[in-house]
Design a protein around this ligand. Structure first.
Ligand SMILES: [Zn+2]
Length: 368
């Protein structure tokens, strides 16, 4: 009844519903005070308990992650000098980045290159991805760019880049290597095969389209790559006479039969999903686009073939290299747009993780 009066409204049903509360409110004042004390104490206890938990959690959050640079040595077969050299991994990597990427590229692109190169070198040291230590006289890697990664020592930098400021460039490359020290690329916990190339011509390639014996690799699949057209390696035009075409093909395939001039003998049969030549017919045979590129030292298999007159080919290629994995020009284009090395690497190598060299890999790479 008290409730009804206090609110000044309601119905008889309300009164019935609140009768229990009404009775409770009418209990003695002492009892009310005791209950309030009890509730207050309970509330204090709950607050105290929650505060303790929060403080504990704060203590558990690690302070800034300390990057410990792993002490890794690598054996390098210096093909130029015909000697095996033992180097610190990052010291070797500085020479790789110097040889593989223009030092004038944005720092984040250089960092992405350093991580790809570190991953590549460690993968080789572990005997993965086509490693052939016999070719290196037992060393982990060699300096032959057609087999492993290109590498130059600081003292030869000026012979490769005569117009460059050696000190400035070398310092910049060292910075990219040092600031990413210990970081490698993994996919589902396994070190990846971080293929890279100079320029993708606007789109990278699926690995299985370049190496037909290789199964599809989830992190080496085609992606669009913008901003590469402004680099000199993006577009190249070459002309090849019909006579030269026949000479080169007959040397590689003595059984080949020609029907007439190249305008009748050369035809692209199939393209890959990234607009690269998959198969090309020449006279009586069909060869992979990759073989055609190799035979005529073309920049890329992404090409347009036109005929100049009856018996001359005009080949326009887009991009430079096999087109798989990270495009170096694309990486620089992304870096210039403000993207960092993590974004760049995750863009070209779909689904990878960037992590410090795991302990098991460190141990394996130290095994003789
Ligand atoms: Zn090698």
């Amino acid at each position: 009844m008290g409730l009804k009066l206090a609110w000044g409204q309601g119905s008889m049903n309300d009164i019935k519903n609140y009768e229990g509360i009404d009775l409770w409110l009418k209990e003695g004042n002492c009892l009310k005070k005791e209950k309030r004390k009890l509730i207050f104490l309970l509330a204090c206890l709950i607050v105290f308990f929650m505060l303790t938990k929060v403080l504990q959690k704060k203590e558990e959050v690690p302070q800034e992650t300390e990057i410990i640079v792993p002490d890794v040595e690598i054996t390098v077969y210096n093909a130029r000098e015909d000697v095996i050299q033992v180097m610190q991994l990052d010291e070797y990597l500085t020479g790789v980045v110097a040889a593989e990427m223009e030092a004038g590229f944005a720092l984040e692109a250089l960092k992405a290159q350093a991580i790809a190169a570190r991953t590549y070198a460690l993968g080789r040291a572990l005997g993965k991805y086509g490693s052939n230590m016999e070719r290196h006289l037992g060393a982990h890697v060699c300096t032959d760019s057609t087999h492993c990664q290109a590498w130059i020592p600081k003292e030869l930098y000026s012979t490769w880049y005569p117009k460059a400021d050696v000190e400035e460039n070398w310092t910049r490359i060292e910075q990219a290597v040092n600031e990413t020290s210990g970081l490698i690329l993994t996919y589902e916990g396994e070190i990846i095969n971080p293929l890279y190339h100079a320029n993708s011509g606007g789109i990278t390639e699926d690995i299985q389209e370049v190496w037909s014996s290789v199964n599809p690799v989830p992190y080496l699949q085609s992606v669009y790559s913008e901003g590469e057209a402004e680099y000199s390696s993006f577009e190249k035009k070459v002309t090849v006479s019909g006579e030269k075409v026949r000479e080169v093909l007959m040397k590689a395939y003595p059984e080949i039969v020609f029907l007439g001039p190249v305008s009748e003998d050369v035809q692209v049969i199939q393209y890959t999903g990234s607009r690269r030549v998959k198969d090309i017919q020449i006279g009586s045979i069909t060869i992979p686009g990759t073989k055609f590129r190799e035979l005529f030292s073309l920049y890329s298999t992404q090409m347009e073939i036109a005929f100049k007159g009856d018996d001359e080919l005009e080949i326009t290629t887009y991009g430079y290299g096999h087109g798989v994995g990270m495009s170096q020009c694309g990486a620089n284009a992304l870096a210039e747009k403000g993207k960092d090395f993590r974004y760049i690497l995750e863009y070209y190598y779909t689904g990878v993780d960037i992590e410090l060299i795991p302990e098991d890999i460190l141990l394996m790479s130290k095994e003789p």
